[in-house]
Design a protein around this ligand. Structure first.
Ligand code: NAP
Length: 307
């Protein structure tokens, strides 16, 4: 049996690294078209314009939007109005208002909208959530430090307004945080912005929960050598540590193997479930923390960034 036909839009790094191979291996989806101004995919029909694909291919019921967040809203609106189910790469939009509007539009057109958070599908995130349930959290510390030159080579959009800067990876940590602990809100933010770009290269956040704990987060895009994607959670029953972006976990000093990392397999499995049930899955909580950091953050000028 063939899977649901899907078109991938925005053939860039994440489309090639994850979406295309995962769809290729999936029995639930079948790649039917690619839409990109420059990127091309062998074996399927390629379009340079989304509207044309939507008009000419009524046989494709679903699209995966893998373009940068600042251009995704118009693409999502066109797709939803054409009656297509939509999978959004993270972050789901450049603003919270956009994401709300899309969720409402999807409801009006009876299509499923899936705002994905790939890090939530890392193998130790659900086990961490389960271990933390019922425990009293005392403090959370997030350290998310990576080398922008290694992970985003040549990507100009990440530095422009709506590009998120260091919050592009940082929101992955926030997507895990908001999945495993009670709600938190931003109390303080420092945004370190290189003199020649619009978006921060580093940020330090403080957050608080009404459940009685604080969170400190340190995001930095200037880390060479070993990369750090860690979350440490102190509880009344000891410490839980998620490392390597949620693919490894240690509980009270005991390491646990999360098994194979399969974030995007999990994403497409969930999308298939949503199509079956006719539901949408849109959680803006990580984006809200980023928006509030920009809203309340103190900006500090730092050295200009050059590739
Ligand atoms: P990318 O390599 O720049 O690819 C995005 C593609 O979107 C481009 O190749 C471009 O293809 C298309 N596009 C359409 N309009 C564009 C515009 N105005 N500016 C730039 N590109 C435009 O970016 P990416 O790393 O794949 O990231 C895309 C999304 O996936 C982001 O939201 C990011 O947070 C998310 N993501 C990325 C990673 C990662 O490892 N890089 C991991 C997880 C999630 P054409 O020029 O052919 O149209």
């Amino acid at each position: 049996m063939n899977g649901t036909k899907i078109a991938v839009v925005g053939i860039g790094k994440i489309a090639r690294d994850q979406h295309l191979p995962v769809i290729e291996a999936s029995t639930q989806f079948e790649l039917a078209a690619a839409v990109s101004r420059h990127g091309k995919v062998d074996v399927v029909e390629n379009y340079t314009d989304l509207e044309t694909m939507l008009r000419e291919r009524p046989d494709i019921p679903a699209v995966a939007l893998c373009t940068p967040p600042s251009v995704r809203y118009n693409m999502a609106v066109a797709s939803i109005k054409a009656g297509r189910h939509v999978l959004l790469e993270k972050p789901p939009g450049a603003t919270l208002g956009e994401v709300d509007a899309l969720a409402e539009l999807a409801g009006q057109h009876n299509v499923s909208l899936f705002a994905t958070w790939h890090s939530r599908f890392a193998p130790c995130v659900e086990p961490a959530r389960q271990w933390l349930a019922g425990k009293t959290i005392r403090h959370v510390e997030i350290i998310w430090k990576e080398d922008v030159r290694r992970w985003h080579p040549g990507q100009a959009w990440i530095w422009e307004a709506g590009g998120f800067g260091v919050f592009d990876p940082g929101i992955n940590a926030l997507s895990i945080l908001t999945a495993i602990v009670p709600p938190v809100f931003v109390t303080e933010a420092v945004l370190q912005v290189p003199k020649n770009v619009q978006m921060p290269i580093a940020a330090q956040l403080k957050m608080r929960s009404q459940a009685g704990f604080d969170v400190a987060a340190d995001f930095d895009w200037r880390q060479e050598g070993p990369q750090t994607w860690d979350i440490r959670i102190e509880t009344d029953a000891g410490q839980l540590t998620l490392t390597e972006g949620g693919s490894k976990m240690s509980v009270v000093g005991q390491g646990q193997d999360g098994g194979l990392e399969a974030e995007y397999e999990g994403i497409y499995h969930r999308f298939a479930e949503l199509l079956k049930s006719g539901e949408s899955d849109v959680d803006p909580a990580p984006l809200q923390l980023v928006a509030d950091s920009f809203l309340s953050g103190r900006t500090v000028d730092v050295e200009a960034f050059h590739e």
